[in-house]
Design a binder for this molecule. Sequence first.
Ligand code: C5P
Length: 234
Amino acid sequence: MAKDVIIACDFAGRRQTLDFLDAFEGHRKPFLKIGMELFYAEGPDIVREIKRRGHPVFLDLKLHDIPNTVKKAMRVLSALDVDIVNVHAAGTIEMMRAALEGLTREDGTRPLLIAVTQLTSTSEERMQRELLIGAGINDTIVKYAQNAREAGLDGVVCSPLEAAMVKQACGPEFLTITPGIRFADAAKDDQVRITTPARAREIGSDYIVVGRPVTAAPDPVAAYDRCVQEFLNQ
Ligand code: C5P
């Protein structure tokens, strides 16, 4: 199974994104995460351009709608030739199955499909009080991950500290993509449940998502190389 470091391209627009990527000219091509901000600002063209430059892409749009709408939207995203896309597991097993169907191309290939369980910004207290979910947050994460597995998805996004729990419930092949990564000697920013790239490897993350520790570093290429070195041991 391919493990990799994914850089979160949390930039407001095309120019900033491409300037950032220019620094990697002639270097190992990083796997990139494109989120809602950049996608809504620039549309599918930014995805095509980044793919043309040879980067694998995780398109982090977290779809959640009725199954038929998600299926049709996924068909469009699949045609962009991205490598990973995601949905909210809260959309139900039926919605996740529809997403998978929409993603699968005529030749049988498709991007990896990952589910968001509970966002790490949702506390157990809020989940119980506002969403009326009576179970504990860890039980909810495990149940949503199991639902994603039952629907045929490839894995979930979760905190690195939850990766072992998810693997135990869903099997070692079920992918865990984990944000919340910081170097041991760096600021936490607004992240709470964090760990280092080396520790994420030990816990069993398949992909780590790293944003500011790379994008805001004085030397982003060196910071990326440090992530690769710690996480992939290379
Ligand atoms: O800058 P930083 O490393 O904190 O960026 C982490 C990235 O992962 C951001 O794009 C953030 O939106 C995303 N993310 C997260 N926690 C989640 C899901 C996604 O931090 N549970």
